[in-house]
Ligand binder design. Structure first.
Ligand SMILES: O=C(O)CCC(=O)C(=O)O
Ligand SMILES: [Fe+2]
Length: 376
């Protein structure tokens, strides 16, 4: 008997991943393979990954429709216990590997302890998928590592070492048509397995309107530039996704303005609105500090190093440069609590050595202290 959604949610929370057998029906598998091969061919790559929405056309629209299908969209939403959800991007993984890591970059995210507290209290705000069109045993995970720090064995390893043996690591053995959904704070890696043709959908869904808030903002959204190739139900879904992202931009801009104007009530209402649970709200406040930093940094910036410009711009545009300077001053005390005097470093994260803590949330500093710090 297949486990029900509650059991699957428990499994996700406990292990950090859930394998779903035969997600793709045998009759679908062949048409999806044809489309994905056409996309990979068009993109002229055979290893690494291809962004599907860059290459999709009328003939290959079924791959995007598949990723919007209820088996993935609705299931992700239910797993995250969220009223709404939207994908962040959709790729095809071709033959390529990567060493051990968590998809966490503490330079512009909250420290891991805070993220894990939030996941534990409020459920994951994001789930990531690998769905295999051909048998795929590239992915490895360390079960349960999504809710703990690195252990001693893991601390001795660097991502560049590749898929070295680590205690408890398992290979995620997917047959064609199987999928795995996981919390990407989990330690994971992918072996280079050049003999096996790899064509695996790789995508993530973000939760909207759930108990917590996103852990990473402002990521580029998928956009809607490809919807003309989709069936009408999928086009509608894509517009719905984009609206969720826009609404989130508006909410964030509202809260940042309340902070700028020292409007305590509007700020508290806004924060409670985007992060409804009273648990781990501080984690979201740290995420807001990272946004304030980012939009100040990229205001009027000529830098082309940031792939996410349109989304950053959409929030940045609502503030003048001097407002952004002032806004950042409201976060200076909190930001100092997120840093050490000494350089910090932990392997298997996606940030290099820096003064920001990788694990530790500020001690004895909560939302009330943040408000009080505006006048310091
Ligand atoms: O190739 C894989 O399955 C893993 C990819 C990965 O680690 C990532 O996208 O962060
Ligand atoms: Fe990863």
């Amino acid at each position: 008997m297949r486990p029900n959604i509650d059991q699957q949610r428990q499994q996700l929370m406990r292990d950090g991943y859930v394998i779903l057998r035969e997600m793709i029906r045998p009759d679908e598998l062949e048409t999806l393979r044809v489309s994905v091969d056409a996309i990979v061919e068009k993109a002229k790559v055979s290893s690494g990954r291809v962004t599907m929405t860059d290459w999709v056309d009328k003939q290959t629209g079924n791959v995007v429709e598949f990723c919007f299908d209820d088996r993935i969209f609705n299931f992700s939403r239910q797993l995250m216990n969220a009223p709404d959800a939207a994908p962040l991007g959709m790729w095809v993984l071709c033959s390529s590997g990567t060493g051990w890591h968590r998809d966490i970059h503490p330079i512009d995210m909250a420290p891991l302890d805070g993220l894990q507290e939030d996941i534990e209290s409020n459920g994951p705000p994001y789930v990531q998928w690998n769905i295999a069109l051909y048998d795929d045993n590239y992915l490895h995970v360390i079960p349960e590592s999504h809710l703990r720090r690195n252990n001693n064995a893991e601390r001795k390893v660097e991502r560049r070492f590749g898929v070295v043996p680590l205690p408890g690591a398992i290979s995620v053995d997917l047959k064609a048509g199987d999928g795995v959904v996981y919390i990407n704070a989990i330690l994971h890696s992918a072996t280079l397995n050049g003999d096996n043709k790899r064509r695996t959908f790789h995508l993530g869904y973000q939760a909207f309107g759930g108990r917590g808030f996103t852990h990473f903002f402002l990521p580029a959204t998928m956009g809607i530039h490809f919807v003309e190739h989709l069936k009408s139900w999928a086009t509608e879904r894509c517009h719905y996704f984009e609206k969720l992202h826009t609404k989130r931009h508006n909410d964030v801009a509202f809260i940042l303005r309340a902070i700028l104007e020292k409007d305590k009530l509007a700020f508290e209402n806004g924060l409670n609105w985007i992060h409804r649970s009273e648990h781990a709200r501080m984690t979201t406040l740290v995420v807001l500090s990272k946004i304030a930093y980012l939009i100040r940094k990229y205001k009027d910036s000529e830098a082309e190093d940031h792939a996410n410009d349109p989304c950053i711009q959409s929030v940045t545009d609502r503030f003048t440069a001097s407002e952004l300077e002032q806004l950042w001053r409201r976060f200076v005390v909190l930001d100092s609590k997120l840093q050490s005097d000494n350089e910090q470093y932990e392997p298997l994260f996606q940030s290099g050595p820096m003064k920001y803590f990788f694990y530790e949330m500020p001690v004895d500093f909560g939302v009330k202290n943040f408000i009080a710090s505006w006048d310091e």
